[in-house]
Design a protein around this ligand. Sequence first.
Ligand code: UDP
Length: 404
Amino acid sequence: MALKVLIIFGTRPEAIKLVPVIRALQQDESITPVVCVTGQHREMLSQVLELFRVDVDIELNVDVSHLPISQSLAGMLTELEHVVTRVQPDVVLVQGDTTSCIAGALAAFYNQTPLVHIEAGLRTGNLLTPYPEEAHRQMVSRIADVHMVPTVGAMDHLLRENVNPASIHITGNTVVDALRLVRDMLPENADALFVGRLVGQIKIPAARLVQRMVLITLHRRESIGETFSRLCNTIAECARKNPDWTFVYPVHLNPMIKEPAYQLLDGIPNIYLLPPQDYLTFVWLLARCELVVTDSGGVQEEAEALDKPLLIVRDRTDRPESLSNKKTVITGADAAGLTKYLDSFLLEHQCSPEEMPGNSPRESIFGDGYSAQKIVTILKHRYISAKKCVGDKIHTVDNDAELI
Ligand code: UDP
């Protein structure tokens, strides 16, 4: 009997990082993957699923878009418990640290189904940054049966928390796999295609898209309010001082980000606010730009994999590995740091455009682009053998390493 793996997710970054895993699971005859989405990010999620042609088996009927975190979690968990009871998976798989991730993890736990956590072990050590993600990922680590960690540093965090070493596997981050998949999808005439696509979407002269470009994504919950407004004002001021540079910002759909971003940045001649871009277009922008300014975890990893200069707009990063790249700076989450580093980067690079790297991800600190296959191999080793040993229902919530 095939191993039934229920994959639960709900946001854009989870989808991007899980697509390579879902594909690898689908290609294995000994596994039956069941894809369940929570609806946490409906619009931005479907951009990813359509691009990679991933079919969804189960879509929850909860609208969490305007709910506080506690109610989102409660709504998802109630529905997910029904899903787990109905599907009766051998294993539940979750990724990262979102509300969908913790809801999926708890649903598995309450049904005593083994839980596999992908991108485990990231830590800032401060429960409030990123919020609520740091707490989510720590809680998932307490109940997961297997922890797929991206780096040695992530493994060390889990070891310090007394997680059973036999349950930890260093696989790399599947985001590098996603970049590799996207590279294979890019057409020969990518520049013409994406310039045309963006010119069709917003009022941007084509010439602007081949000019020197800063790519921005900012959306962290802990910056919402005053801090976010100050960050926008910094970007506005910097753009005014540097009219030859183009600032491109695909704005997150969260109204608490979108509204102030448009209020403070729209109309500044060299700033272009875009709706969220499909992953292919976004990766093209990443490859095109000379500097990335972000508070996103995923974009941090992608910028590193593409060897891009990067300003991380956070007080602490949960991906400290990227700081070993000399092109990466952590500015702090407030405007003062961003002003300092953005101004000095643009000043320093005024006369010498960066050599544009190609679209190809190099082998990065975060992975070699083949993490998904490693994850599937580990799953098979652990759970197919366990199924044979103990019969139909796998009982591994105790982290019983002897089954390996
Ligand atoms: N991304 C995208 N389109 C955009 C902006 C970002 O596809 O317009 C991708 C980006 O490449 C990265 C992911 O979305 O893989 C990051 O998502 P987000 O910033 O929402 O979450 P985080 O990584 O901070 O959890």
